[in-house]
Design a protein around this ligand. Structure first.
Ligand code: ATP
Length: 229
């Protein structure tokens, strides 16, 4: 389990995260939702220790994040993570050298699923295909937790559908997935848990099945209640 506990993050005098706490569990897809600039990327960076915090702590499987933890977690940012002159094949080689737990069979499966050409250069890829390559590079690591920043942002409906299909496939298995998004529409049905971030605080944390079954509400209904006064 990833446990984010009372974290505080300030940039200068601006408090971006004000005692934020939530959990993301293995075997579940947890979605961190908030409008632009709410601090979603900052939370991902904090989990990966890419940004220092003013207070609070983050535990992974009960332990503070340390060097070994990075064999357990893979972070898929929303920007291209590979050098533009690399081909997809070179990008896979790079990841293979970097991660002991790189799974080439899964990478090949995904290459075929997304109909990507391993000889294509990263710089020549469309936005949708760049997102697919990022996803491939992340999911081919046998990590227990996968963090994805805006995996659906700015890409066409067909690419979004294909990426959504991956979320329900054996490629995810029983791993824990934490994704951020500001547009929930297309992925609502894939998500197990929602964490709503608003004004630097967690406004609500709920299991989608619970609100669906006990209150007959969709995630969008709950979001509307919180954000539209
Ligand atoms: N290095 C930085 N220095 C100063 N302010 C920053 C820095 N990084 C982020 N911020 C500010 O912190 C806030 C949260 O940023 P963050 O990128 O985490 O938001 P987000 O929810 O991921 O937004 P988006 O959906 O647009 O990606 C924003 O107001 C941003 O301007």
């Amino acid at each position: 389990m990833i446990e984010v506990k009372d974290i505080v993050k300030r940039f200068g005098r601006k408090t971006v995260l004000d005692q934020v706490s939530f959990t993301a569990e293995k075997g579940q897809i947890t979605c961190l939702i908030g409008v632009n600039g709410m601090g979603k990327t900052t939370i991902m960076n904090a989990i990966m220790k890419l940004t220092p915090l003013q207070a609070g702590e983050i535990l992974v499987d009960g332990e503070k994040v340390k060097k070994d933890t990075f064999e357990k977690i893979v972070f898929i940012p929303d920007a291209t993570i590979m050098l533009p002159h690399f081909t997809i094949e070179m990008a896979m080689e790079f990841m293979k050298d970097f991660y002991q737990n790189w799974n080439q069979r899964r990478a090949d499966d995904m290459l075929a699923f997304f109909k990507l050409n391993r000889k294509d250069k990263i710089a020549s890829l469309s936005k949708g295909n760049t997102a697919k390559v990022n996803l491939l590079l992340g999911l081919a690591v046998d990590a227990d937790y996968i963090l994805m920043d805006e995996p659906f942002s700015g890409i066409d409906i067909f690419s979004r559908e294909q990426i959504a299909e991956v979320f329900t496939s054996h490629l995810i298995e029983d791993r824990g997935v934490l994704i951020t998004t500001h547009e929930i529409g297309d992925i609502e049905h894939l998500i197990d848990k929602v964490v709503l971030l608003n004004d630097g605080k967690i406004q609500k944390e709920f299991m989608t099945e619970d609100v669906r079954e006990s209150e007959g509400k969709s995630v969008i209904d709950v979001l509307r209640e919180v954000f539209v006064q």
